[in-house]
Write a protein that binds this ligand. Structure first.
Ligand code: CAA
Ligand code: NAD
Length: 319
């Protein structure tokens, strides 16, 4: 059923790396990533770096070309550090990894040989449900289906699937920027099989990341803690307690965070943050009506003006 077993090479980026000897083996070798935006392209890049055969799917050739250029840019950064003085080795490194990534606009064809499918498309429950209903007709029975959603219930994304598929459906939540952030939350639904959880954990280790297993509740671990922090920071600004710059400086120098909350909001995307808190405030399990997630005038205004953060060139800051 599964193809080749392999052992991953050592991490290519800085951080609390798993050494080669402690990395688990993974039976997963063929990956399909659906959605080639900032997250999907990062996931594809990391999987290809760790010798997987990867297919990246998006809605148009233009979107795929954008995803490919995100990957190339990020890999060049890694290559420059790895082969400082050797430009030939740098481009060989980039070309070899990019050579393991195929591009496709046909999701059903792209999953027909996949061991693992990771969805990283727009944060919309209906669009995600429809996509998985389509994919489940084409993917082999052994395929693990996974979503990288930030805020939607994993069980609900799988709602239209049959029982067998639900048992092989899981959350794999990566962090931005994927090549650099070490964590992947492995989110278990009520229906998922234990062997699927075990395979997902082994695969996360095999691509040099650290897994944290958790239940399917809103925000999993990180976002459940991070979103209240972001929203409270915006409320400090609204109350004119301090400027965005001073709040950022305070959290970087006083709490040791790598980015201040406004830098981080701009990095993640203000539309994404608004979508998450509005959704949870409206009907998040156990969070409905929770004032931590009530809307913010400042955030709403910025999103309305199209100031979405780094990706649109303006957010709390100008880029
Ligand atoms: N690809 C490859 N390497 C990258 C990279 C990328 N896209 N981005 C950064 N790096 C590397 C750099 O090359 C550099 O490597 P060296 O130190 O070895 O030279 C290193 O990361 C640091 O980068 P910089 O010097 O450019 O800048 P920095 O020190 O400020 O680090 C950062 C950048 C890693 C993004 C850091 O600021 C950080 O950790 N920020 C917090 C990010 C965070 O919290 N992410 C989670 C967001 S929440 C989320 O993702 C979940 C959700 O559902 C919304
Ligand atoms: P993005 O807008 O950068 O990329 C989404 C990509 O999906 C686009 O290229 C789009 O063309 C493509 N797409 C949309 N519908 C599609 C479909 N039906 N089939 C194929 N491709 C489709 O978004 P992103 O920031 O990469 O987020 C993607 C997912 O990852 C979301 O669920 C988001 O919540 C989650 N996430 C985001 C972050 C973050 O910091 N941005 C972090 C963790 C998780």
């Amino acid at each position: 059923m599964y193809s080749v077993l392999f052992k991953s090479p050592q991490l290519l980026v800085r951080g609390p790396a798993f050494s080669t000897s402690t990395m688990a083996q993974s039976a997963i070798s063929r990956i399909t990533v659906i959605g080639g935006g900032q997250m999907g392209s990062g996931i594809a890049q990391v999987a290809a770096t760790h010798k997987h055969e990867v297919t990246l799917v998006d809605v148009s050739q233009e979107a795929l070309d954008r995803g490919k250029s995100y990957m190339a840019k990020s890999l060049k950064r890694v290559a420059k550090k790895k082969f400082a003085e050797d430009e030939t080795a740098q481009s060989q490194f980039v070309d070899e990894i990019m050579g393991r990534v195929s591009l496709s606009t046909k999701p059903q064809e792209a999953v027909s040989r996949a061991d693992l499918v990771i969805e990283a498309i727009v944060e919309n429950i209906k669009v995600k449900q429809d996509l998985f209903a389509q994919l489940s007709k084409a993917a082999p029975q052994h395929t693990i289906l996974a979503s990288n959603t930030s805020s939607l219930p994993i069980g609900k994304i799988a709602e239209l699937l049959d029982e067998q598929r639900k048992q092989r459906f899981i959350g794999l939540h990566f962090f931005n920027p994927v090549p650099q952030m070490k964590l992947v939350e492995v989110v278990r639904t009520k229906e998922v099989d234990q062997d699927v959880v075990d395979s997902a954990v082994a695969w996360v280790k095999a691509i040099g990341k650290a897994p944290a297993v958790c239940k399917d509740t809103p925000g999993f671990i990180v976002n459940r803690l991070l979103l209240p922090y972001m929203m409270e920071s915006i409320r400090l600004l609204e109350r004119d307690v301090a400027s965005a710059q001073d709040i950022d400086t305070a959290m970087k120098l006083g709490a040791g965070y790598p980015m201040g909350p406004f830098e981080l909001c701009d990095y993640v995307g203000l539309d994404t943050i608004k979508f998450i808190v509005d959704g949870w405030h409206k009907d998040g399990e156990g969070l409905k009506g929770n004032p931590l997630f009530s809307s913010s005038r400042k955030l709403d205004e910025l999103v309305k003006q199209g100031r979405l953060g780094v990706k649109s060139g303006k957010g709390f800051y100008d880029y």
